[in-house]
Every structure is written in C-alpha cells, then in structure tokens.
Ligand binder design. Structure first.
Ligand SMILES: [Zn+2]
Length: 208
C-alpha cells in the first residue's frame, strides 16, 4: 500500500458513493447531526464506523491511546462539550478493546517518556481496583479486566462533566461502556450499572 493507492481508493470511493446516490456529497456537505459520540482507541485495527456499520455523518469520533477521557485533557473535554452542547448527541460510547497496547504498557514497569503521564491515568484505574485485579492470577484475564475497568472509569469521567449531567436531566442522554473483541470482531456491551456505581459518588461530582 502506497500513497498513490490511497488517492486511487478515494476516486473509486467517490464513484461508488455517487453511483448509489448522485446527491451524496451535497447531502454530506449540508451539515452533520450525529446521534452518537464514540470515544475509542487510536489502534489501527479498531475503526469506529466500520465496526458499528455506520456511515459518514452518523457518529462523532474521538480516538486516542487507550480511549482515555482524563479530567484535565482539553482535547477530549472539548470533544464532549461540542458533541453534547452543539451537536446534541443522545448517546456517548466509550469503546475499549482487548489486546490494547496502551493498557498493556500501563501494566508493565517501563519508562516510556512522554507516554508516562498519559498511561499513568490507566495505572490510576489499576490502583482504584487493585484488590479485584490482584486477585486474578491469570495474566491474560487480568489484562482483559483492566481493559474493561478502564472503559468503566472513562465513562465515569464523562458522567462527571457538567454538560453530560445537564443533558442527562434534560434529554436523557446515556453513556455506554463497550469492548471490541479483536479476536472475534464482536462488540460487547459491558452493561455497566452507572446508577449503582454513581450512587455513592454522585454527591461528590454533582454539578447541576
Ligand atoms: Zn488500544
């Protein structure tokens, strides 16, 4: 695969889209009103639209290493703000994936330079759930569980924000934690019981 091939692919894609709908690009350029915000990993094997079967215009996407939503990260906080306040999405998904290199790196003791503070957020997830994770003897199972708990904690970080709390009250905006199982291609809904999890901490994070 070279750069020339990519432009060739693009021309083929344009032709294909116009064959199905000659007004495709007029509609696409008219604006976006996606129902979903997807927060996922930058991993090249986990592409948002493809695994959900969605088309351009149907999902607002934010991807970074290990699908993180750190409280003070201006990038992910801006994405959430824009998606909730301006695009008025009604569903926010945090999608992690088994085999996540970011999560694996956070489980190992190595100095990764500029990546250290980013991965420290995952180490914090480990610390919060240390008892449960240390009790898992199988390393692969422990790794998978940390991927899941990381998704859960990033969802909680989203729920902590004022705009999401407000949208939840005003239009029942929901937050979901999913896993993409890279071994089978399946999307797994972690069915995180946020009401239960937030019961004890709502008072701390309640803004509106
Ligand atoms: Zn990953």
């Amino acid at each position: 695969m070279d750069i020339k091939q990519i432009f060739k692919n693009n021309r083929n894609w344009i032709a294909k889209q116009l064959q199905t709908d000659e007004n495709y690009f007029d509609k696409l350029s008219a604006g976006q009103s996606p129902e979903f915000l997807y927060v996922g990993c930058s991993d090249s094997r986990v592409s948002a639209e493809e695994l959900m079967g969605l088309q351009p215009g149907e999902v607002f996407v934010h991807r970074n290493i290990a699908n993180m939503v750190p409280n003070t990260d201006l990038n992910s906080m801006s994405v959430i703000n824009y998606a909730v306040m301006h695009l008025k999405v009604n569903h926010i998904v945090v999608c992690g994936h088994y085999g996540c290199g970011g999560v694996l790196s956070a489980m190992q003791q190595s100095d990764l330079g500029i990546l250290n503070p980013w991965l420290r957020n995952i180490r914090d997830v480990y610390r919060l759930h240390r008892k449960k994770l240390d009790a898992i003897t199988d390393q692969e199972e422990k790794y998978k569980r940390l991927v899941e708990l990381n998704v859960q904690e990033q969802c909680i970080n989203i729920i902590k924000t004022a705009e999401v709390q407000k949208a939840n009250i005003e239009r029942n905006l929901k937050v979901y934690g999913w896993i993409f199982d890279i071994h089978t291609g399946k999307l797994i809904d972690l069915k995180i019981d946020f009401d239960e999890i937030l019961k004890d901490i709502t008072e701390i994070y309640k803004i509106s």
